[in-house]
Design a protein around this ligand. Structure first.
Ligand code: PRT
Ligand code: ZN
Length: 304
């Protein structure tokens, strides 16, 4: 921890999220689903936690790793790309890791990719020797180039990276890609993936030794609960005993079937938590295999 005036012990947790941008809304939605609520402050940079002693700091995503490293915030929701880049910069400067990705959060997916002008014939990393690559991710790119044994120039740009080849400031780029539309609009094509990224919950490398410890483990448990339920549905149906094996086979993405009490002589009443999509086709297939009275229910909360 840096020698700034950050109290060593605290009894409230502080989470940094993006103020505005791609990760802002999904991060708030995740934390709200974990039961957190806040009193918005007028400047909207600090939101006081009302339901729990967990406050929010609304910042630029670039600032989140540093806020955790300095102990100003305890957790942050940030892209793995940003976290890895700043961890790479710290490592290159000889500094110890000061934060870690604790949970992948399933949103903000993108890839950090090399992209070359459309007309190039891509023959692999060896082709990059002596070329100039524009990027906002110099540490990740430099580490990758080193692993490939290639010496290329890294041109650091803070934005509008995709325009660099047309301006003649670089030969190719290394940038985040999601739909690929930006590359296409700039006559570039993606050729290599350096990093698969998504939003992560980041936290410190050291355990808390004050009141925050209990809050932190509760938060992580709730995050796990929310993530687990994200695509899960409770499936309920009745079925004769001799069809149960086949029905289980049709539900490879579900927990083992649970028999509900009171089934008596007739068909069994069964339920399971299914973690994959339950389409109409799947329901019809289950019905043909003997499931009756099929019901798909949304699950709001679980501590299982
Ligand atoms: O103001 P602040 O600094 O907080 O925001 P920012 O502008 O730096 O970040 P923002 O909101 O653009 O992105 C936040 C995070 O979202 C990133 O760090 C990534 O983890 C994630 N993310 C997911 C993306 C994209 N997808 C993405 N497509 N971040 C940026 N892009 C950009 C990319 O740089 C390129 O310019 O979108 C363009 C490409 O998109 P496609 O769809 O055309 O391929
Ligand atoms: Zn940013």
């Amino acid at each position: 921890m840096s020698p700034r005036a950050v109290p060593a012990t605290r009894d409230r947790l502080r989470i940094a999220i993006q103020k505005s941008g791609r990760l802002a809304e999904p991060a708030r939605a995740l934390l709200a689903a974990c039961g957190l609520s806040w009193r918005e402050s007028r400047d909207k940079l600090f939101c006081y936690g009302e339901s729990l002693p967990i406050d929010l700091l609304l910042v630029r995503d670039d600032d989140i790793p540093g806020l955790i490293a300095d102990g100003v915030c305890d957790f942050g929701v940030v892209g793995r790309n940003e976290l890895d880049e700043q961890a790479g910069e710290r490592a290159r400067a000889g500094l110890a890791p000061a934060y870690q990705a604790l949970r992948p959060l399933g949103f903000g997916q993108c890839r950090l990719m090399l992209a070359v002008p459309d007309h190039w014939e891509w023959q692999g990393a060896g082709q990059l020797q002596g070329l100039r690559i524009a990027t906002s991710y110099p540490a990740i790119l430099s580490n990758w180039l080193e692993r490939q044994g290639v010496e290329a120039g890294v041109v650091e740009l803070s934005g509008s990276v995709e325009i660099a080849p047309r301006l003649g400031t670089a030969d190719l780029i290394c940038d985040l890609v999601s739909s690929g539309a930006t590359l296409a609009a700039n006559q570039l094509k993606p050729v290599e993936t350096l990093l698969d990224s998504e939003a992560v919950l980041a936290g410190p490398v050291r355990e808390f030794d004050d009141e925050r410890a209990g809050l932190a483990s509760m938060l992580l448990r709730r995050v796990d609960g929310v993530l687990k339920l994200k695509d899960s549905k409770l499936l309920m149906f009745r079925a004769n005993r001799d069809t149960v094996a086949e029905l289980s086979r049709l539900l490879p993405d579900a927990e083992p079937l649970v028999q509900l009490p009171g089934s008596g002589e007739g068909p069994l009443s069964l339920q399971t938590m299914c973690h994959g999509a339950i389409t109409w086709q799947r329901l019809e297939e289950l019905e043909r295999a003997g499931a009756q009275g099929l019901m798909v229910l949304s699950v709001e909360r679980s501590l299982a």
